[in-house]
Design a protein around this ligand. Sequence first.
Ligand SMILES: [Zn+2]
Length: 304
Amino acid sequence: MPGTQRKSYSVTPETAPGRDLIAGSSVTGMGIKALVSVDMEGIAGVVHPAEINPERYEYDRCRRLMTGAANAAVEGIIDADPAAEVLVADSHGPYRNILPEDLDRRARLVRGKPRQLGMLAGLQGGVEVALFVGYHGRAGAGGAVLAHTISDAVLDIRIHGRSHGEIGINTLLAGSYGVPVVLVSGDDAACEEFADLAPGAVTVPVKRGLGQHAADTLHPEEARDRLREGTARAIRRRTGEPPVSVPQPVEVEVDLHQPRGADLAVLIPGVSRKGGRTLTFTAQTMTAAYEVIQLIVLLAQTPS
Ligand SMILES: [Zn+2]
């Protein structure tokens, strides 16, 4: 049409899809690329729901403890590899707990939700190793502090028939990207859970579980020192650690506490019911399995 100008677009290297516009903002990008996923239940000193819920009175203090633990891991990684590129994924509750202004400035922070790959967001961008800090035991684990699997709405999750908590599910998700988990820190139950999956990897226990809401815990500063040292050790020996993965397609079963959650979850295509409160599905990849699990949990948490 006369007078109509065709707009032309050119893709410059600066705007090409997939280019990370803030990569290298604080690091050289020449070293290892590490993802540190940080949860809150497994941080030293934390034992009770009042300490990890943003609406409750002890939360503010505990988010500082969580930020301190994240910093210890960043320091350890950079001690071992000064050119490392470190992403910290805030992975508890609303994913907005770590105080950005108090995080070590050499790291970048993945914050907020919903987001793809949830607790492991950032994994897609060429991450070479993952570390889990502040993690906790799976639902029903005896003597494990604040044990649960994603939500209190979940009784158990099995992948190819084996029960897994967040440590297991996330280790398998990382493994499906060829990424080994080289360190887990949390209470003794969390560390044992991980050692069953990856016997050679580093674990840094920071408290001994005495029950769901009780622990014998290290001082937060002592825990940070051990975390920094353990993280540096894990990064130095990373090449010896193979990723842990499962065959695809992935067979998943989810037991919920309430049958009503299962009533809703069967609305997801491919998800079927295997009993009053057990759901089953087959996913082509671990990423798809992870996404469907998130969706089931979301529906199970929907208020009636
Ligand atoms: Zn959490």
